[in-house]
Design a protein around this ligand. Sequence first.
Ligand code: SF4
Length: 486
Amino acid sequence: MSEQVITDRLLRSWLRCKRRAWLDRHGEPAQRLWSAHRALALSDQLASFQSLLPQKPGRGEAACAAAAPGVVGLRLHGQGPGGLAVQAHPALLERVAGPSVWGDHAYRPVLGRQGRHLTREHRLLLTLWGRLLAERQQAPVPQALVLAGGGRGLERQRLPLGSGLQRQLDEALERLAGDLRRPEPPPLVADRKKCVLCGWRGLCDQEASRLGHLSEVSGIGGRRRDLLLEQGISNLSDLAASDPAVLAEALAVHGEQHREVAAELVAQARVQAAARPERRAARPVPALPELARAPGVLLYDIESDPDARDDFLHGFVVVPRLPSADPLEAWPRRADPSWRYQPLLALQEHGEARLWLRLRRFLARYPGWPLLHYGETEAIALLRLARRQGAEDGEIEALRARLLDVHARLRRSWRLPVSSYGLKAVASWLGFRWSQAGVDGARCLLWWRQWRRDGGTARLRRIFTYNRDDNLATWAVVCWLLDQEA
Ligand code: SF4
């Protein structure tokens, strides 16, 4: 493809992050990581399309001429502002009343929306598709269609492609072309939360760490970074060298919450700059005192499909206590292959009552064993489930007392030299390795959806392995906390 052509994919990348579009064009393809998020988005979109048009769509120009109700695979060409060559490949075209070059019917572009709201990215992409389609079919495209969900829950939203959007598109295309002509990539995006969805994250993580980018400091998002830049603090070393009291006063003009976190940000930056963990309390107390007497613990991790609000797997690892009276000697520091792993699959068609029954039965086999989980998700989900299933107050309180959030206990006691306190970052810093390289929650969710659609025991096994590993990663954090008390 000519270096000059602007594609709809480049436009989508650019609307997410300017650097991403630049890397898409000029970056080394081998440095791009595969991301399950794209595959998940495409499978969601496919489900919406199948609900809209149950029959298989036709392909390309021939299908348009044959008046197929839906068409894929039509490549469109045209010119943008200043004679820019533009290409697009709409996800789906839906037949509407004509006339057009193909007869007494025409088409409009359709897109499957991810997330709850229509974004600028959706609008401008559809505007581009509509514009190029209008040229090809020699008939106007006054509106596009946006879908979300699938089956009986399919949402349809019409988007008028008016002159305001056309102007915004021209402006975006011009700026995109300008950014692609830069000799160097644009800077890292301010809010690096977006980077988890991007194939260039490996490359950009290295760059962020080389620069001491402020987003590398745990607790700093796009807004706080801007406030720190305004104060002349441009990287991690600057922040580590700041006076917390002076910074607190300077940030307080933007809101009390910023004053309150200033000291914490400086302390966190210092720990990261020194690459050494630091205890929070001058007089340390055990992070997990409940383990002193526990007969054993259950490690607990849930896998979820957040869009479907479906906690599809409740996985447990059973860790028995060793026969030692010394609480620090009582817990094995290495995962033992003989530990039982118990996955409880929650199939929606089986109903929640059945899941609750199985969970209760399983937990009743280990009375008084704490449930160790990382982050608040498991506690929230299990207690809500118990309440929905009519558990008595006493049972809910007993359950609540058994649930111990290792993440919260870690944060209460320690600052670590990590840019995130998520399980992946913390356990990796401790040297824990997941047995399936490169797998994350999105990949696991993709396997789940594929298993639901096509079955396959290998996929299910991979999901269980991932869930078991997350439990063992939690155990690695627990062991580290216990070792600090020795
Ligand atoms: S990883 Fe982040 S900064 Fe890098 S290109 Fe992707 S979105 Fe932009």
